[in-house]
Each structure stands twice: as structure tokens, then as C-alpha cells.
Design a protein around this ligand. Structure first.
Ligand code: PLP
Length: 510
């Protein structure tokens, strides 16, 4: 890079300055990286070491409130009279503190499995899931899922809306539910409208003639079809393409609502993009909602029906940004034949960020905590905790990664890891090459205080026991070594929120 510093590289590549806001949730002040202007990652790395997982739950609340603000502005601009319903797609992150935070921030609930409903049922009984929240139940429903839905409806949850994925599940649910049930129908996109690069979504939903059959099946019963679900895909990046793909569904909704007055909700599903993954990505959510509301309003005017309540199921958007991983460069190994050197991390990329392998082209924002003044150079990151040839980033075909020439000891922050990564990797399980899970610091707001909970790294004996070993079958050293006091301790403490001051500045660690 001819002596170009890392700061120059960021300015040139992303147009960001070394001090101030780097994107909506990352900033840098006095040479230190902050999450949401509040949490100094340098100070946390100094206090807890790396690898470290930092989850800052107020960012979830911020995302939800931000989208509700966009929707309110879009409604006004479009003269839209239907309500906006923000549902959290729990599949993105099922952690108790995450779901609880989304609900406390006003989100409704979207489920994908029997277990998901069972959790929701318990949260509803505890009052964590208020009775005025909708529950949208997606996915193909096996017997367990159907029974869990029926149990919750029987128990009295009235805003439960199973979204029918095939006629068999509708027949079962409608005949076994003895109180009125509201249903949704998920439209199966025409084969020509399915993105050949993402064919997996093709299997979901009902064809147009199956939707007609569903309507006929419920005619004369106490049940109603109230919702039309048209999900295009996940992490959509082009608003124009999204609008085109939704336009046929918008038109069909209005035509259908004219024939079926009980229909009063239009659900565009997941797919709302987030700026969590690339420093130079942004998406105008408000403009997208306004365009969709205008299209719905036009179609409704044409067919003489009311504007539907507009539902979105937000997964990545809700939780992508709230978690950061910190990993340290433990060693540098020379590349060969002109290829960049390897920065070997004290972790595993494929375990911590499985989407690097699963989602073609998936990127993450990776920034060093320090050394921004040093020359930048292309490097490849590799997970030192596995011996897997696929444990590296960037993936083939992706742009080269430039980092400071700092090498060993540098701590890197991996942003945007709060959605899907832990669910895919399996939180608390045995991982590839027995990579232990990192120390976890969870920070949440409680009134005017921040509550900080620390969970120690996964202990080897816990991993062994998941795999069926016990200390008697494996000689892993003395039992005492295996059961350090740290193993089960969850430490937590409270600290006042000082609105004006940034938390955990490195000069004043807690
Ligand atoms: C039915 C449904 N709703 C919502 C989502 C969440 O999508 P995203 O994370 O893109 O918001 C998904 C993701 O697979 C989904 O299948």
C-alpha cells in the first residue's frame, strides 16, 4: 500500500474520518472505538481481554423505535390509514435477554417452530409478552407446532395468527380449535419470480388456487382469514427490486380483500436490510415503507377496500448490530506466492461467524481497536482454534481485507454479529475443534442504570459433558483443575447511566 495508513485507507475506501461517527452505531473518539456512542470497546478489551463477546441491548430498543418512527413518517407522507405492526422474528436470536428487550421495546412476535411458541406461551403467562401483542406463526407446521399453537389459543391468547403454509395444517388447526382463530395465508411466489440465487424460499406458502381453497375451507366456520403474507427474502438490498417483487402481491391483496372482508393485514415478512454488515451500506427504510404504503393505498382505492395494517417481521434489522466480538491476532504467518499474510486469531471464524460460509458474499465490519496510524496492508484472517481449511476470511471472490500492519497482539472488533450467528453455531454447545465460547458481557438498561452481566468462557469440562464424556472416562487432569470457580459464576453489577458521558472510557475503566 506504499505507506498508506489505515486511516487513509478508511477515508479513501469508505469516506469516514478517524474521529467521530463511522456508521449509525460505531464511532471513534480519542482513538478508541465505541458502540452506540456509549460503550468503549478498547476499555472492555483492556478489562476483560479477548476473545470477548459484547452484547449491548439498548441498541435493540433503538432499532425498533427507529423503524416505528420511519413508519409514522411514511404513513403521514403516504396518507396511509392502516396501522404499522413491528414484529421481532425471534429466529434471528432467541436469547432470553434479546427477546425480552424486543418485547419491552414494543415489538410483536413472529415464531418459526413449536419451541418458539412454547417460549412465547411461557412469556405470555409471565406477562413479559403482553396480551396486546400479535403472534405470527410461520413455517411448515408439524404436529408439535400445531399442538403448541392450539394450546396457546385455548389458553386464551387471542392475537395468535397461524400463517398457513399448506392446506393440511389449515384443516388440522381449524378442526381442532374450538374457539375462533384468526389465520394468515402465505403466498407462494410464482416460479418465475423466484430468485435463482436464493431458491430456498420457493417451498413456502400457498399457490393462488390453494389460497382460494383455504378461503372455501373456512367459509361458514367460526374462523377467519385476516392476513396476507408475502415475503420475498432475507436481507434485501435493493428497494426497487423489492418493490417490483411485492407489487403483484399488493395487487392480489386488494383484489382478495374486496372478496373477503375479514382480510385486513398485509405482511411483507422479513428482509429489511441493516447497516450492520458494511460501513458503506445504507438503506432508506422510510422511503421503502412510504413506497409500499403508497402502492397499497393505490391498489386499495382501485378495489374499494380499506388500507390494511402493515406488518413487518424484522430479524437481522432488530438484532444484527447489538453484538460485537473481539478477537486478538495471536500470530502472523507469511503468505506465499505474493498472497497476503495470515493473521491467526484466538478464535474461530467459522464457529463465531458461520454466515461467512453459509451466505454467499456475506461480509462483516471488521475494525482494529488500535494502530490506526500504521500502514495498511492486505491480510487474510484465519481461526487458530480450528485446523479447518475453510476457517478463513475474506472468502474467495470477496474484496481483500486491509488492516494495520500491527500484527500480533492487535485486537479486532467484528461488528454486526447479533443476528443468526449464535443460533446457527448453537449457543452453549460443543463446537468445531472444541472451540470454546468466549467470555460474554451483556449490558442492558434498567431505568436509569446499566446492568452488566458477565458470563465466563465455556469451560472444557462443560464441552466434554455435552459430548458424553465425564471426568471418569477422560483423564483431563485433576478434577479440581476442571472445576474452577469461574465455571458457573455469572457476575453482574449496576452502574448509573450518565447521559452526557461516554461509558467505559479507557482512561477511567470501571
Ligand atoms: C417468515 C420469516 N419472517 C421473517 C424472517 C426474518 O428475516 P430477516 O432476518 O431478513 O429480517 C425470516 C427469515 O428467514 C422468515 O423466514
Amino acid at each position: 500500500m506504499n505507506g498508506t495508513t489505515y486511516i487513509d485507507h478508511l477515508a479513501h475506501r469508505y469516506g469516514v474520518q478517524p474521529e467521530g461517527q463511522l456508521n449509525p452505531f460505531i464511532s471513534r473518539h480519542d482513538g478508541q472505538l465505541y458502540l452506540d456512542e456509549r460503550i468503549c470497546l478498547n476499555a472492555l478489551a483492556e478489562q476483560y481481554g479477548a476473545p470477548l463477546e459484547v452484547s449491548y441491548l439498548p441498541l435493540i430498543t433503538k432499532q425498533i423505535h427507529q423503524m416505528q418512527t420511519y413508519a409514522a413518517a411514511a404513513r403521514t407522507a403516504a396518507g396511509y390509514t392502516g396501522a404499522f405492526v413491528y414484529a421481532y422474528a425471534t429466529k434471528a436470536n432467541f436469547a432470553e435477554e434479546v427477546v425480552r428487550t424486543a418485547l419491552q421495546s414494543g415489538a410483536h412476535y413472529e415464531t418459526s417452530s413449536a419451541a418458539d411458541i412454547i417460549i412465547a406461551h411461557q412469556l405470555w403467562r409471565q406477562g413479559v409478552l403482553p396480551a396486546d401483542r400479535y403472534m405470527f406463526c410461520n413455517g411448515s407446521k408439524d404436529l408439535g407446532y400445531r399442538k403448541a399453537i392450539l394450546a396457546l389459543r385455548d389458553a386464551g391468547h387471542e392475537l395468535l395468527i397461524p400463517i398457513v403454509d399448506d392446506l393440511d395444517e389449515l384443516a388440522y388447526l381449524s378442526s381442532h380449535c374450538h374457539v375462533p382463530m384468526q389465520f394468515g395465508v402465505r403466498v407462494r411466489f410464482d416460479i418465475g419470480d423466484v430468485d435463482p440465487d436464493h431458491p430456498g424460499g420457493e417451498r413456502f406458502g400457498l399457490t393462488h388456487s390453494e389460497i382460494d381453497s383455504a378461503i372455501a375451507m373456512l367459509a361458514g366456520t367460526q374462523h377467519r382469514i385476516v392476513l396476507y403474507h408475502a415475503m420475498v427474502g432475507s436481507q434485501i438490498e435493493d428497494a426497487h427490486v423489492w418493490k417490483i417483487q411485492l407489487s403483484a402481491a399488493v395487487e392480489r391483496y386488494a383484489a382478495q380483500a374486496h372478496k373477503l372482508p375479514s382480510l385486513h393485514m398485509f405482511n411483507f415478512g422479513g428482509g429489511m436490510p441493516t447497516d450492520s454488515y458494511q460501513l458503506d451500506f445504507s438503506f432508506d427504510c422510510q422511503a421503502f415503507l412510504q413506497t409500499l404504503m403508497t402502492a397499497l393505498a393505490d391498489a386499495c382505492a382501485e378495489h374499494g377496500v380499506a388500507h390494511p395494517d402493515l406488518v413487518g417481521e424484522f430479524g437481522r434489522y432488530t438484532v444484527g448490530s447489538h453484538t460485537v466480538y473481539l478477537m486478538e491476532v495471536g500470530a502472523v504467518k507469511a503468505g506465499r506466492g505474493g498472497a497476503p499474510d495470515w493473521y491467526l486469531l484466538n478464535g474461530s471464524l467459522m464457529v463465531s461467524l458461520p454466515d461467512t460460509l453459509i451466505v454467499a458474499g456475506q461480509q462483516f465490519i471488521i475494525l482494529p481497536l488500535d494502530e490506526w496510524h500504521l500502514p495498511a496492508r492486505p491480510v487474510r484472517l484465519a481461526g487458530r482454534y480450528t485446523c479447518d481449511t475453510d476457517d478463513f476470511y475474506p472468502r474467495p471472490g470477496q474484496p481483500p481485507l486491509l488492516l494495520p500492519n500491527g500484527g500480533e497482539g492487535m485486537v479486532l472488533a467484528f461488528f454486526g454479529v447479533g443476528a443468526y450467528q449464535q443460533m446457527l453455531s448453537g449457543r452453549g454447545g460443543a463446537h468445531h475443534c472444541l472451540t470454546p465460547e468466549m467470555r460474554r458481557v451483556i449490558i442492558e438498561a434498567d431505568g436509569d442504570q446499566l446492568v452488566v452481566r458477565e458470563t465466563p468462557p465455556q469451560h472444557l469440562s462443560d464441552i466434554m459433558s455435552v459430548l458424553g464424556y465425564n471426568n471418569a472416562t477422560l483423564d483431563l487432569g485433576s478434577r479440581r483443575d476442571m472445576q474452577t470457580a469461574e465455571r458457573t459464576t455469572v457476575r453482574s453489577f449496576r452502574m448509573p447511566v450518565k447521559r452526557s458521558a461516554r461509558m467505559w472510557k479507557r482512561t477511567r475503566p470501571v
